[in-house]
Design a protein around this ligand. Structure first.
Ligand SMILES: C[S@@+](CC[C@H](N)C(=O)[O-])C[C@H]1O[C@@H](n2cnc3c(N)ncnc32)[C@H](O)[C@@H]1O
Length: 346
């Protein structure tokens, strides 16, 4: 879809979240109390133009440098600016003037609202497929977030490549987006409303995983997901029987991640030192780590905790010296085991 069509949708057709025709660009109300507290300080003009589909607030952000792709009116930029604090910075990129105008108008307001000593936000106009054309230093971001935007991009692989280039080693992309259970037929992808509503530009989830690996992000981790209900009978009928899911992934820029989860007999202990997650640290949907408990991990999970900003919050047991086979805790198993069990004779 042409950029101008999407710009028109987010700059002119939609004036607020109430104008959306489906629930694809909506985030369910459940969220931690501390985050509700942060969002309650965000300006109403910004909040009413929120079109995200998930929560993009990973743990341990103090002092981090963050980039938000398709930041819109800036709700997530401002919430994250409170989390990174005075020593961090949050940069938003968007291609739509009307959205950026609202975001830029409230920088001082949020500095005051969050009690910061300086404005720690910046906004750039540009296309997320062409991040290299923006004044952004390669390898300079700890975290890159995005909320319901990649589905709108013309070239999703170019976005992921640009993200990889801008992340520091050990940095991560943490983002929510809409995925389809199959590749979207071309006729639907040309429908401007379905596209603008974040449905018909959605990637088939398995293509996304392939694109992510090709861009350098081995072992994409699914944090959470929920089915989208659309809640517009006419549009539901148009897209039927395709099913859509809103999902949050984290992609780590780590050299040496393996294709599969391998067992080196390693374990970690979470120290309970991350603000707002003192009892339990949640790396992804499969790794919910209670403080103080020895938690066995595969080599990839070890790297995600050891070679990143999360390191100071963990104790590490073991090393990579001895390989014990596939790590079954991540849902993978040996392809030979079933055959051995089934074998009735030689
Ligand atoms: C669904 S809204 C989400 C906005 C924001 N992330 C939020 O949660 O409110 C999509 C935003 O992405 C921007 N956008 C879409 N495609 C883009 C592209 N290729 N480059 C830059 N911005 C884009 C639109 O202008 C719009 O502001």
């Amino acid at each position: 879809m042409k950029h101008e069509v999407v710009q028109d949708y987010y700059g002119k057709v939609l004036q607020s979240s109430a104008d959306l025709q489906t629930n694809a660009c909506c985030t369910p109300a459940e969220m931690p109390e501390w985050l509700k507290g942060v969002l309650s300080k965000v300006h109403d003009d910004v909040l009413m133009r929120y079109y995200g589909c998930g929560l993009i607030a990973p743990d341990s952000l103090e002092g981090a440098r963050i980039l938000d792709l398709g930041c819109g009116a800036g709700r997530d930029v401002y919430a994250l600016s409170a989390m990174v604090g005075d020593t961090g910075e949050v940069v938003g990129v968007d291609m739509t003037d009307e959205q950026l105008d609202v975001a830029r108008a409230h920088q001082e307001f949020h500095r005051d609202a969050f009690g910061l000593s300086r404005v720690n936000t910046a906004f750039h106009k540009g296309y997320i497929e062409e991040l290299d054309k923006l004044p952004l230093e390669p390898g300079s971001f700890d975290v890159i977030v995005s909320n319901c935007v990649i589905n709108l991009a013309q070239d999703k692989e170019a976005v992921l490549r640009g993200v990889y280039n801008l992340l520091k080693p050990g940095g991560e992309m943490y983002f929510s987006d809409v995925y389809a259970d199959r590749r979207i037929p071309e006729a639907l992808a040309k429908d401007e409303v379905l596209y603008g509503e974040c449905l018909s530009g959605a990637l088939y989830w398995n293509d996304f995983e392939t694109f992510a690996r090709r861009a350098g992000f081995d072992d994409p981790r699914l944090v959470e997901h929920r089915p989208l209900t659309i809640e517009n009978p006419k549009l539901e009928e148009k897209v039927s029987p395709i099913k859509f899911t809103s999902a949050t992934y984290r992609l780590w820029k780590l050299e040496g991640l393996e294709r599969s989860c391998e067992d080196y007999g390693q374990a970690v202990i979470y120290k309970g030192t991350i603000k707002n997650s003192e009892k339990v640290f949640r790396l992804d949907g499969h790794h919910v780590i209670e403080a103080g408990k020895v938690f066995p991990v595969c080599g990839n999970t070890w790297a995600m905790l050891h070679d990143t900003r999360l390191r100071e919050h963990f104790e590490f047991i073991g090393n990579f010296d001895t390989h014990y086979g596939i790590f079954e805790g991540c849902g993978e198993g040996s392809p030979f085991e079933a055959e051995v069990a089934d074998a009735s004779c030689c």
